[in-house]
Design a protein around this ligand. Sequence first.
Ligand code: MN
Length: 378
Amino acid sequence: MCMQEKIWSNSGDSHFLEPEGLWNEILPPAMAERMPRSEKVGDDEEIVHVDGQSFRRRLPKLMTKRDEKTGMTIGELVMRPPGARDMQERLKDLDHEGIWAEVVYASLGLWENMIRDRSLVRAAARAENEWKVEQLQGVAPDRLVPAASVPLLDVGDAVSEVVAAAEMGLHLVSLPTGVPEGADDWNRDSWEPLWAAAEETGMVLGFHIGSDGGDGPTVYSGPGGAVLNYVETTYGGQRVATKLVTSGALDRHPGLKVLVSEGGASWVPFLGDRMNEGYRQHGMFVRPVLSALPKEILYRQVYASFQHDESAPAALWAMGYRNVMWGSDYPHLEGTYGHSQKTLHELFDGIDAEASRRIRIGAFRELFPHVSDPPEGA
Ligand code: MN
């Protein structure tokens, strides 16, 4: 590829890898040992242990091979980014890749919602959030937007932590697409105090796909299993967006903003159409009645990040969905590390400048107006 002009983008989907020994550093030993940890098995599997539960999962292969039939490259990503754990190195990686500001989710920490001990999740969330303010956001407050952890086994605990995280200076909370076992589903009114607290404090709700809880990410085996499982992870984000719209949660809280990360973006127009059809055709059964059509509420308050999806940008200009946002998924192997510039050029070269800027920069700035602008040329 000839080296073209650098193209900058914000990322609605990035992660930090928990440093070795993080839990021991921020929690008492009896709590630390119950937090999520990964045990490597052979070259390509890991067992994730979470407070007495565990599940096994395949790790993406760190190799490149070419498929003889199609000529396509499989496993394009061969490197673990140097800045996966080291924040100073991370900024160098980001500058090199052309990523300016980014939402930073946990990695192993995404499994915390499997923990069933109320006092443990409460203590862990507080300790993690204090750590994130200092060790993540503090490194580059105008670029790194870490997602706060929220204890979800009691709605009062969740509200307290959202308020505390906002007071600490965080801008986003990380919520799982699937509620913890035994908890009310996201469409239930019992979560109302959480939505009210997030709206009042201006905290964005970040739902990263693949966080449905349960037995871990493997649902299918047999033919097609790898892709089936990959696709399966996206549905949770679509379900939670549908629940928050149809239950009236977003309607009651028009200032509340939702980001669905890593799940693509062209599903939003499709779901909007389906919800409108259901709302109209099954109108006699619909409750609550909303103040606007579901699609309007979905388009207004839900943002969606994608990394490679070639159809995603067109959701903006072809289907009128303005909240399409790019995301790198740095430093995960599903993401664009090592080829972000190539991906960004493939997605955005030759498209309308205003639409491109909206997807790369503008939608993100709407959620997080405190971040700075990328260098010239964006
Ligand atoms: Mn991700």
